[in-house]
Design a protein around this ligand. Structure first.
Ligand code: GLU
Length: 378
């Protein structure tokens, strides 16, 4: 494992424009890959068709380009482990879901939405605050663990709606070492029987993510903190599929916080406080709402990257200005903190000012002419 060729991926879902947090995840993955002479992959995770937003994929590719984050393999670059869009990989996932069923680590569940609601209501009235489909409740539901084998076969042959769920072990500690957070241990009694495969024939994020990371030879999963609660399930899937020997190392990045430190930075904060939260302009295809981006507001990608790099990482010295090359050689996950990083728009402006000052008069004239023309000043 230690000697594997480093391969990391940025795996956004095309549900809208990339937020600053998404670009930072991409940047850290890129810096880590390049520092270790490895590959940076771009994979589009579009298994949730109901959240698909037209134009989002192009937006992501364009924004990464603007930032100078070069994709070695992926939707925009091709490669030998494709396709790199999950909706084009359906057949692959089915095979692994079947493997889990055969080894009795997953099962078919036929419950209707009404039956699921009924179960939740029943549990609530018995005093369970957040009822789940789990080791306690699964025995009372309609699934291949409770129904006679013949009926299961009939239902499958008839084409009844079903999902495939993981069979969470009753009482098992799942442990893994997160590069940023240290040892994480979760007991399976706190986890539910998550759906791995949906009735629409698509895998859920969990199954698709793990299968693809395995098939694409990913060595390090560097992603936002919001995915930490899913990591124990992913570890269990690696074990269940017999892939523990090549399980990637996990690194969950700290949140990017509002300027006052009170909660996660959102688009609304940008609107309220007057700063962009997207790298480039975005027009919502459904509502027509326009959001401004750093590129169009006159920021240099170097300044934007430099600012992003410092949202969670520090070099351990007083140096603040880093070219991409310098970021690559200085970056390390050891210097990424656990605590949320406060977004600071003044600091972002300061970075841009530094890069603006370092431009020669000629370069500035070239760069500013289009803006002056737009204002009718030349
Ligand atoms: N598709 C997930 C997202 O949109 C990827 C999470 C991961 O990197 O595993 O953030």
């Amino acid at each position: 494992m230690e000697n594997r060729h480093v391969r990391v991926r940025f795996a956004p879902s095309p549900t809208g424009p990339l937020h600053i947090g998404g670009v930072r995840t991409a940047l850290y993955n890129y810096l880590f890959a390049k520092k270790h002479g490895g590959d940076f992959l771009l994979r589009i995770e579009d298994t949730d068709q109901s959240r698909f937003v037209a134009g989002a994929e192009d937006y992501i590719v364009d924004a990464l380009n603007w930032c100078g984050i070069q994709v070695d393999e992926g939707v925009s670059a091709g490669g030998s482990k494709g396709p790199y869009k999950q909706s084009e990989r359906r057949a692959i996932y089915h095979k692994y879901a079947d493997q889990l069923i055969e080894s009795k680590l997953a099962y078919y569940a036929f419950d209707t939405p009404g039956e699921l609601t009924e179960m939740r209501e029943r549990m609530k009235s018995a005093g369970v605050a957040s009822p789940q489909y789990n080791v306690v409740t699964r025995g009372g539901m309609k699934n291949s663990l409770t129904l006679p084998a013949e009926e299961v076969r009939e239902r499958l042959d008839r084409g009844d709606n079903y999902v495939i769920r993981i069979k969470m072990p009753r009482n098992k500690d799942i442990k893994f070492e997160d590069v940023i957070r240290g040892w994480v241990s979760v007991n399976t009694k706190n986890l539910d029987d998550k759906v791995l495969f949906k009735s629409d024939g698509m895998p859920t994020y969990h199954l698709a993510n793990v299968v693809d990371d395995y098939l694409m030879g990913i060595t390090h999963v560097i992603r936002g903190e919001e995915w930490l609660p899913s990591a124990p399930l992913h570890v269990l899937l690696y074990e269940s599929l017999g892939w523990q020997g090549v399980m990637p190392k996990f690194a969950h990045l700290p949140l990017i916080l509002k300027p006052d430190g009170n909660g996660k930075l959102s688009k609304r904060d940008g609107d309220r406080l007057g700063f962009p939260v997207f790298p480039t302009n975005w027009t919502n295809p459904e509502t027509g709402e326009e959001s401004s981006g750093y590129r169009e507001r006159g920021y240099y990608p170097e300044a934007f990257n430099n600012m992003l790099a410092f949202l969670g990482w520090n070099p351990g010295t007083t140096q603040e200005l880093f070219t991409m090359k310098e970021l690559i050689s200085s970056f390390s996950l050891d210097r990424v903190g656990k605590a949320g990083a406060k977004f600071d728009f003044d600091k972002t402006k300061w970075f841009n000012q530094q890069y603006l000052r370092s431009r020669s008069g000629d370069d500035l004239a070239k760069e500013l002419t289009p803006y002056l023309k737009e204002e009718g000043l030349t």
